[in-house]
Design a protein around this ligand. Sequence first.
Ligand code: F6R
Length: 251
Amino acid sequence: MRLIVTESYEQSAYLSAQMMLDVIREKEDALLGLATGSTPISVYKYMAEAARQKKVDFGRVRTINLDEYIGLSGEDPGSYLYFMRKHLLDPCQIPPKRVMIPDGMADVQEELHRMNQFADANPSDVQLLSVGVNGHIGFNEPSDVFYDRFHAVKLTQKTRESNSRLFSSMEEVPTEAITMGTGGIMRAKKIVFLATGDEKLDAMKKILEDGEVTPDCQGTILKFHQDCTIFLDQALAEHIRPAAYVEVKRA
Ligand code: F6R
C-alpha cells in the first residue's frame, strides 16, 4: 500500500488521473474499472481534458463500472450510467459497446450473470476507487462477509442519506443496487484510490492504520492488494497514522 499526501483534493484528482492515463498509454485497449460519486469527478475532468487535447488515445479503451442502482434507467439523471456519460464516456467518445455497467432496469439475475461472465474473464487493468462514510467500496456495505462477484445489495440508510444529495427527495433514492463484489475489486491489477473530507476519516483510519481486515469496513481488504496507491490531501492525512508497512510519500 502506498499513501501519497497531496496539497489538495484537486492535486489528488490530477495525480489519480495521470495514473489512469499511464495505464492507457501502456495498453491501448486497457479495461478501466470506474467509480461514481463526488470524489472521482475531477479525476474524470482531467482525463477528459487529456482526451480533448489528444494527449492520450481513448480509441480502444474499455470500461467497467463498479455499480448501478436497481430501478433506474440510464436516461435517469440519478443513474450511474448517466453520470459516467456526462463526466467521462461522452467527452472521451467511448461508445456503449466498450462500456460494461449493470443495467438498472434489466432482470437482476440475468444482469448479474452478464456482468459476472464478463468480469470473470476480464480483470480490470486499473480500478479507480473511493470509499463511503461506512467504509464501503463499490456498494459493498458493512457485512459479516466479503462478497466475491457481482451481486445485488440493499443499501444502508447511511448510504442512502449520503447519496440523497443527488436526488430531489429521500424517497427517490433507490433502496437497492448491483455492485461488483470486493473480490472482483481485488482482482484489478492496480488500484488508484482517493478520498477527501472529514466524513471519510474513520474509514481511512481503518484502511491505513494498523488494524484488522474486516468486512465490517470493506475497504480494509485493500491492505492485501499488491498495487494500491491512495491519494489523500494533507487536511485528511494529518489525522492518520499509517501502519509501518504503508509507503508514505508527499506529492
Ligand atoms: C460508487 C462507489 C462508492 C463511492 C462512495 C463514495 O461507484 O463505488 O463506493 O465511491 O460512496 O462516494 P462519494 O465520492 O460521493 O463520497
